[in-house]
Design a protein around this ligand. Structure first.
Ligand code: UDP
Length: 354
């Protein structure tokens, strides 16, 4: 196994922020696998960019993210689908590669698995969102029981084929995140600004406590963002835009804590380990990925899901957390090396068994 073909998400270009955490996951995995001597090519929508990566850009219409749809909605393919075009390209070049790795949470790549002669590893970046997707993934997972990888156990449990999921976690290049012992009295919220992330809960908690909140991330749903501004006109919030990792960690590490308020079952929550890497404790609802990452009382607080009171109480206890414990947990459990070992072993198993 030497040459790998990575298939990106069709919801937007890499580095646009529209793809959310899967963009960082892809970037980190490319760097780590290249360091291990693998030859990695990534196929992604037009205008994608990553430093130190070989990217083939494909034309076509981007897809609607699965989380904006209801569970029962049929699978939709836009005209001149970029996903269709990406997989057509992959089909033509597949014999040059030992393994294809899919990062798109879409029906088509699951369906296509048996039609390809090169094995396809399916990395799933979200929890269950759609009945038609679940059905197709389940069918393929039964046929290829080693090919499905996920971030966390909580995420796997949302799928009918949870027992077959390889739990891979996530990892960071720790050299990109500087630890800060000192902090100022302000909080951070980061991620895509979209309803499933429930930014309004964090804004409400800061409106109550009057602790300033810095908000970082791509505004994916403009109407949703405007509604929050109208609902909390006096909240002490400051929207800082969508920043590069370098700029993000510089601002993030000065914060007292990170608020994570997802309404959905977050598959992982890359932002949690990014904050911890800077020494910033995480206050999160006790469900999904963050509940497996945050150690309550040690690296942050896990509060009753959807309880703003719980967030407020936790904000008032932040000074009891030792910031260095936060950094240590990431060094121990979320380094690129540890994570890369898990991915490499998973890839080898698929190539051997398919
Ligand atoms: N992010 C960023 N710049 C920002 C805010 C967020 O690069 O200003 C990135 C962050 O590093 C993380 C991603 O956006 O990788 C959000 O991913 P997460 O796993 O938290 O959630 P998802 O969007 O996948 O649901």
């Amino acid at each position: 196994m030497h040459k790998l073909l990575f298939m990106s998400t069709p919801v937007g270009a890499l580095s646009s922020g529209i793809g959310g955490g899967v963009e960082l996951t892809l970037y980190n995995l490319i760097q780590e696998m290249q360091k291990r001597g693998y030859d990695i090519t990534t196929i992604a929508p037009k205008n994608s960019y990553f430093a130190n990566a070989k990217i083939i850009e494909i034309e076509g219409s981007v897809h609607i993210p699965a989380q904006t749809q209801t569970r029962d909605i049929p699978t939709v393919m836009p005209k001149n689908s970029v996903l269709g075009n990406m997989w057509e390209y992959a089909r033509k070049v597949q014999s040059e590669y030992d393994l294809i790795v899919n990062f798109a949470f879409d029906w088509l790549p699951f369906y296509l698995t048996p039609f390809f002669s090169t094995p396809i590893a399916q990395f799933i970046s979200m929890g269950s969102l759609s009945d038609s997707l679940d059905e197709m993934m389940d069918k393929i997972a039964q046929q290829y029981p080693h090919n499905f990888g996920v971030y966390t156990k909580s995420q796997a449990n949302t799928f009918p084929f949870s027992q077959l999921c390889e739990i891979l976690g996530s990892g960071l290049d720790l050299s990109l995140y500087q630890y800060s012992e000192k902090c100022e009295q302000k909080l951070a919220w980061l991620g895509r600004i979209a309803p499933e992330k429930a930014l309004e809960d964090a804004v409400k908690a800061c409106d109550i406590t009057q602790v300033p909140l810095l908000i970082f991330g791509k505004i994916q749903d403009e109407q949703y963002w405007q509604n929050i501004l109208t609902q909390y006109p006096d909240a002490p919030i400051d929207y800082r835009g969508f920043l590069s990792t370098q700029d993000l960690q510089e601002e993030l590490r000065q914060c007292q804590g990170l608020l994570m308020t997802p309404r959905w079952i977050e598959a992982f929550g890359n932002v949690a380990i990014e904050a911890l890497a800077c020494g910033v404790p995480v206050i999160a609802y006790a469900r999904g990925g963050p509940s497996e990452i945050v150690e309550d009382g040690k690296t942050g607080f896990l509060v009753t899901p959807d309880s703003v009171d719980g967030l407020v109480k936790a904000i008032n206890q932040l000074s009891t957390i030792n910031r260095y414990d936060c950094r240590l947990v990431v060094e121990k459990e979320y380094s690129l090396e540890v994570w890369g070992d898990r991915f490499e072993a998973w890839f080898k198993k698929i190539v051997k068994t398919n």
